[in-house]
Design a protein around this ligand. Structure first.
Ligand code: AMP
Length: 396
């Protein structure tokens, strides 16, 4: 009998799935339901091999999507019986301070995840909907929650606290949490594997540069500092998010411009970053194109973005007391040679080099032959990490 594990990533109007066969850890199907809740039907795109297929699916809720997915797995003969699904792993945005690792979702864990909804009001409630839909439709199957935050729970107190009155941490739980933990953990492990080394023996900086971006310093296989904070708005500049700015800008705009909190939040989350600086686009591809055409705002936006990445790499190398591996991952990190090059420019004084030919030819090792730091491009795969974690927990 087959053993299949499904990775689920529920968004506000979407549900992404990937089905893996174990013990080979081989992906055998993936797909995305979109436009959930926007009409009486939703769109499904899926692939079982290379070809992409589309269909429209009756239904309006995440639960309808899950019901359809289970029927679909039977219809496509991916499973002969639903009991072949041995586990479902869910991406959950926020595990607060409570979840220090992935967990099997029993009633108690589910209540705990619900109680953390105030920390991720746009995400945790939707992730819970995904979990509940599977609980209702596949009640005997173990569900696992894999948190974006839990990898960073190893940060020392001096790195996760903000220098504001301590009681705000004690009473309100205000601290740095960090996000993209599944991705940072995955690429660090993959990089170590491809170097033939133990992740515990390496000092690693992982740059997850996508539409959202964060950087993480990893020592002995553990996160010691990461650039996102109490929320995913903090850290480096992103597609539409500002990242770290002087907090007084917020109070200034409220006081002098009578902007509301909602307006300021919208500006910092949706109207800043690449989009806000360039006035062109939030998409790095558009910025690159305009940069190459000599557009001054695009040049400025690129220099700001790469500068912030570089400054963070520098400070994290200082935090680690050295550096063995520098990783680039996610949409920009995996696909933009120019951003990787600019972010590493001038860092040869601490061993970070980029070989132009390797960088431009999609190789995974892009540092120069004699570079002391292994600079690598490692494709992230959060779904694979989710099914790995799920497999481990159900095996235990
Ligand atoms: P993600 O959030 O990981 O899906 O990454 C999205 C970001 O990756 C967007 O800013 C895209 O513009 C960027 N991206 C994707 N492909 C490329 C590419 N070939 N060159 C530059 N940026 C890219």
């Amino acid at each position: 009998m087959k053993e299949l594990i499904i990775a689920i990533n529920s968004g506000s109007s979407s549900l992404k799935f990937q089905v893996y066969e174990f013990p080979e850890e081989k992906m055998i199907a993936k797909g995305l339901f979109e436009r959930i809740g926007l009409a009486t039907s939703m769109d499904l795109t899926y692939s079982l091999d290379e070809a992409k297929n589309r269909r429209s699916v009756e239904g309006e809720t995440h639960e309808d999507a899950v019901k359809f997915l289970l029927e679909f797995l039977l219809e496509q003969k991916i499973v002969a019986d639903l009991s072949e699904i041995t586990g479902v792993g869910h991406r959950v945005a926020h595990g607060g301070e409570f979840f220090k690792g992935s967990c099997l979702v029993d009633d108690e864990a589910l209540e705990k995840i619900k109680s953390l909804a105030h920390l991720a009001p746009l995400h945790n409630p939707i992730n819970i909907m995904g979990i509940e839909a599977f609980k209702n439709n596949l009640p005997a199957c173990p569900q696992v929650a894999v948190f974006d935050t839990s990898f960073h729970q190893t940060m020392p107190e001096e790195n996760f606290l903000y220098p504001i009155p301590y009681h705000l941490y004690e009473e309100e739980g205000i601290r740095r949490f960090g996000f993209h933990g599944t991705s940072h953990q995955y690429v660090a492990a993959e990089a170590a594997k491809s170097l033939g080394k133990n992740v515990e023996d390496l000092k690693i900086i992982s740059c997850h540069l996508g539409n959202g971006g964060s950087i993480c310093a990893i020592k002995n296989g553990r996160s010691v500092i990461t650039s996102m904070g109490f929320t995913p708005l903090a850290g480096i500049m992103m597609g539409t998010r500002c990242g770290d700015i002087d907090p007084s800008i917020v109070t200034y705009l409220g006081r002098e411009k009578q902007m509301s909190f909602a307006e300021i939040e919208q500006m910092m989350n949706q109207e800043s970053g690449f989009k806000g600086v360039s006035g062109i686009s939030s998409d790095a591809r558009d910025i690159e194109e305009a940069f190459e055409q000599g557009n001054p705002k695009a040049i400025l936006a690129m220099n700001m973005f790469c500068g912030r990445v570089k400054q963070t790499i520098g400070s994290y190398a200082a935090e680690l007391g050295g550096l063995d591996v520098l990783i680039f991952t996610a949409g920009i990190g995996e696909n933009s040679p120019i951003i990787r090059q600019l972010a590493c420019e001038g860092l040869s004084f601490f061993g970070v080099t980029v070989d132009e030919q390797r960088n431009n030819s999609r190789q995974s090792m892009i540092s120069q032959e004699d570079g002391q730091v292994a600079v690598m491009v490692v494709p992230t795969n959060e779904e694979r990490m989710i099914v790995r974690e799920t497999n481990q927990l159900i095996a235990n």
